[in-house]
Structure formats: C-alpha cells, structure tokens
Design a protein around this ligand. Structure first.
Ligand code: BG6
Length: 504
C-alpha cells in the first residue's frame, strides 16, 4: 500500500468523552481505518479521557469490540495490536476537577515525549455542549492550548449552541480563549464523500454549471430520511428536535454546497465565504410563511423494516406529551441573482420508510416542447445526487423509445459510485480527523456560517405555535405526514423518491 505519511502530522488525539458512544462507534474505528490505509503518521497516539475507572488494557479491549463492529475494514489482529498500544486511557472528571487538568497535562507530556508528537494536540470534545466552554477554559488556564511548541486544535461536536443567542455567547466566550483558526466545528456531513463530490460535479462539468441557475432549474429538493428513531438520545432530542438536530446544520450545509457561487479557489476561506453568502441570502420565514410553507411531524408507533417500533412519545427519556418534531418539510428561497424564484424543498424525518439522503435538481422543460405532440408525456430532466446509503448520481433524460412509432421514454443514467469503489469511501469522521491534523478547515463550519444558520432557524421558531394537537401525525415506517405531500403538490410539483434503498 502506498505510504501517504507526512511526519509533520505526528500528533496526539486527546478525546474528552472517551467512553461515550461517539468515541466507540465513530472516532476509534475512524482512526483505526486511517492507520489501516497508511494515512496516519508513524507517530500518533490517542489519549481517551473518561470519568470511569479503567486500566489501559480494559479500555483497549472495550474499543476492540466496537472496532470490529464499526470499522469499514476487517480487523487485522496484528494491526490492531500495533494500533491499540497507542491508545491510553486517563480517568479524570473533566467537568468538575479543575485541578486535575495539571495532572492531565503531565500525562500528555509523558506520552508525547515517548512518542515524539511534539505538542501537536488535537483535542476532541465528544461531550455534551454545556461542557465545551469549561473544558476550553481549563485547557487555557493550564497552558494546554496556544502552547509554544507544536499546535493545539479543538474539535467540537454539534450542536454549537441551542439558539442564536446561546451560540453567540458560546462563541464570544470561546473566542476570548483561543483563536478562530484553532476551532474546528464539526458538521460530519461535510466529511461525506458525496458532499465533497458536489464541488467536483458542479465545477468539473461544462454540462452542469452553465445551467445551474434560475433560468434552467425548476426546483431543488433535499431529502434526508432515516429509518432510525432517537435511539438512546431522547433527553437531547427533546430539546433539539429535527430543526436543530438536522436542519440547522446538515441540511443547510448541503444546501450551501449546492447553491454557492464558484469559489475563487479551494482554500477553506474562499469556500466558506461563498457558503456564507448563500446563508445570508436565505429568505427568513415569517409567521405567515411558517404556516404556509412548513409541515411538522412526529412519529407514532409503526413497523419499520418489518419490526415493530414504538412512537416517539414512548421512547426512553421522552415526555409522554412531547411536542418535539421528528419530521420537517419546508419550502424556502435563496434571494439572489442565481436562484431568484427557484423553490427549494427540504424534508427530513426519523423513522421513515427508507433510509436515503439525496439532492434532486429538477430542470425546467424546454419552452418549445409543447409544439411536438409526441413530447406531451415527456419527463423532467433530473440530476439526483445520491449521498447515502448508496453513493453516486443519476440523471434522467428523455429519448426515443426504439420502434417504428415516434414515442418518447425516460432514460436513467445511473452511476453507483459505492458499487464501483466498494469500501473505498472513507467514513466522514476519518476524513474530518485527517483534515483537522492537516489543518484544512474547509470541512468545518466557520462561525459566521453558524450565526446565519441560527438566524434562519430562529425565524422559523418565531412562527411556530406551541400547541400541537395532532401529534403523533405519522406512523413509524411511513413516508411522513400527508401534508408534506400537499406542500409541494399545491405548487404543481412532486417529491422525487428515487432511492427506495433499505438500510443494510
Ligand atoms: C446526527 C444527528 O448529527 O446526524 C442524528 O444528531 C442523525 O440524529 C445523524 O441520526 C444522521 O447522520 P447520518 O450520517 O447517519 O446521516
């Protein structure tokens, strides 16, 4: 396997929340996969911090069980042994033990002296957001960031704040402690292969870019359907709902990638400058447009993939009278020259009938098309970017059906990238961790992106009525509330459901 190792990347991952779900399911498997692919420098270490007592050995064994399950490569025992020797567990209550940070620093210094990682530390805050500021403050007070040697970066998980106001306060407080360029705010969708591919497809094809505007595009649809419910995250989800769990971040990030202007170059700042312009041009909702253009939903019990699923209100740590949304469908606009008047339909839901994330670009029909009666039943040109579970894209065009009569038919040009490159697409977290040690912040959210997305969310929340009398309004395992279909139907359009793939 080709070596792709830059010695300067030798570094230490310091994970706060080392015994949490994210670390077990995503971070450790991702770091292992990077090593499997020779993407990691020879000198790297992982220090996982958790509040529970454990020895290094116990922790490594635990991680092994998860790596087997969640790694995209078969676990090679020899490689795992080499890998796991680099994992250290530090038991410490980072939420309340301020004094313990000194001890943590000595621990890190010992490990980095032995493994020559030279003060290059990537602190990963895989913890609840209320702990972000405290941890960063303690790191700062103990000179564990902005050090004289190496670099120290901080990766924070979403959600960043819970409203425009709290996000601003958090950002203000954090920015007094560390510079913006050392903060890597995660939106794991930016690490997905097909989200990266949006740039390639849009700007690498003379076929698309000239048509990528209101003159040729009728509407854009972004769908993110999940089969999963809220799992064991009821307490968090009660506060977030789909609005803050998906729309504020992943869905808006996909929209910015689809709608932005070509950046001057592929530098992080150029890309993020363009994305911010899209967010600034998003039309804010008003009380009237919330009523008119948004459909909210919550799942009741039902059957998902043949298995009985409880309703949201019956989930663990969820109120039996909860009015939290698990589904949203909306219509919005980007008020700028490129997109003036093009409706953008977005929908997302938990416990739906399929697992699929995709973006559909529906092109306008040619103006002269009605002159030919043979073309009456012609289909729409669609470009569908299949984000997951299948990766790829397809293009629907019209062609003549073979035969003596002149009849038209729709033809699908389907490219399945994940079939061609089986197991080759890195998991989002692999890419994000790697890009963070490479100091490529384009895959992370800049503060102004977040600020504008929170503004948009706030405009929606202002228009929401608090009493919802019809919840639950869709059964688990179905395509969501009926009203979501009407939302687009009343405009004379339809949702394109092009990927009825089941979760494997
Ligand atoms: C997370 C949300 O950010 O994204 C989850 O908190 C959601 O609720 C998940 O399930 C979806 O991610 P993916 O990669 O499975 O589409």
């Amino acid at each position: 396997m080709e070596k792709d190792i830059n010695k300067e990347l030798s570094s230490m991952f310091v994970i706060f929340g080392g015994t949490g779900d994210l670390t077990k399911r995503k971070l450790i498997p991702a770091i292992f996969s990077l090593m499997y692919e020779n993407k990691l420098p020879e000198n790297f270490t992982i220090v996982s911090i958790g509040r529970r007592e454990k020895t290094n050995e116990q922790y490594r064994e635990e991680m092994y069980e998860f790596a087997i399950k969640f790694c995209r490569f078969p676990l090679n025992d020899k490689l795992w042994r080499t890998f796991s020797k680099r994992i250290f567990y530090k038991n410490f209550d980072f939420t309340s033990d301020k004094e313990g940070y000194k001890d943590l620093d000595s621990f890190l210094i010992n490990v980095e002296t032995e493994y020559l990682t030279g003060g290059r530390r990537l602190y990963y805050l895989a913890v609840a957001p209320e702990f972000f500021e405290g941890i960063i403050r303690n790191l700062k007070n103990n000179n564990m960031v902005c050090m004289a040697t190496g670099w120290q970066r901080i990766m924070v998980e979403k959600p960043f704040g819970s409203s425009l106001k709290t996000a601003r306060i958090l950002n203000h407080n954090i920015s007094k402690l560390i510079p913006e360029e050392d903060i890597f705010r995660i939106d794991h969708y930016l690490g997905k292969e097909m989200i990266q591919n949006i740039l390639a497809i849009r700007f690498g094809n003379s076929l698309f870019e000239p048509l990528w505007n209101a003159n040729y595009i009728d509407n854009i649809q972004i769908t993110s359907n999940e089969l999963l419910g809220v799992e064991n995250r009821g307490a968090y989800y009660e506060k977030a709902g789909i609005l803050k769990d998906m729309l504020q971040n992943h869905l808006l990030q996909m929209l910015t990638m689809i709608a932005m202007e070509p950046p001057v170059d592929f530098d992080p700042e150029s890309i993020r400058d363009e994305k911010v312009k899209v967010l600034r041009s998003l039309r804010p909702f008003t009380e009237e447009s919330v009523k008119e253009d948004i459909v909210r939903g919550q799942y009741g019990e039902g059957i998902v993939n043949g298995i009985k699923a409880v309703g949201y209100r019956q989930e663990d740590r969820v109120s039996r009278e909860s009015n939290t949304d698990t589904f949203i469908a909306l219509k919005t606009y980007i008020d700028n020259f490129r997109w003036g008047g093009v409706p953008i339909y977005i929908r997302a839901g938990k416990r739906m009938d399929t697992k699929s994330t995709e973006i559909v670009i529906q092109f306008k029909k040619l103006a002269g098309i009605n002159y030919y009666k043979e073309f009456n039943e012609i289909g729409h040109n669609l470009l569908v970017l299949k984000i997951q579970p299948e990766e790829g894209f397809f293009f629907q065009i019209n062609a003549k059906k073979p035969g003596n009569d002149f009849k038209m038919e729709k033809v699908e040009l389907d490219y399945c990238q994940s079939c061609k490159y089986v197991n080759d697409s890195p998991e989002a977290y692999e890419r994000l961790l790697l890009e963070a040690i490479r100091n490529n912040s384009s895959l992370f959210t800049r503060w102004d992106e977040l600020e504008h997305s929170w503004k948009f969310i706030e405009s929606i929340e202002k228009g929401y009525e608090s009493d919802i009398s019809n919840y639950p309004n869709y059964a688990a395992g179905t395509p969501g509330p009926e009203e979501a279909i009407n939302l687009i139907k009343k405009d004379g359009r339809q949702w394109w459901n092009t990927a009825p793939y089941k979760e494997i």
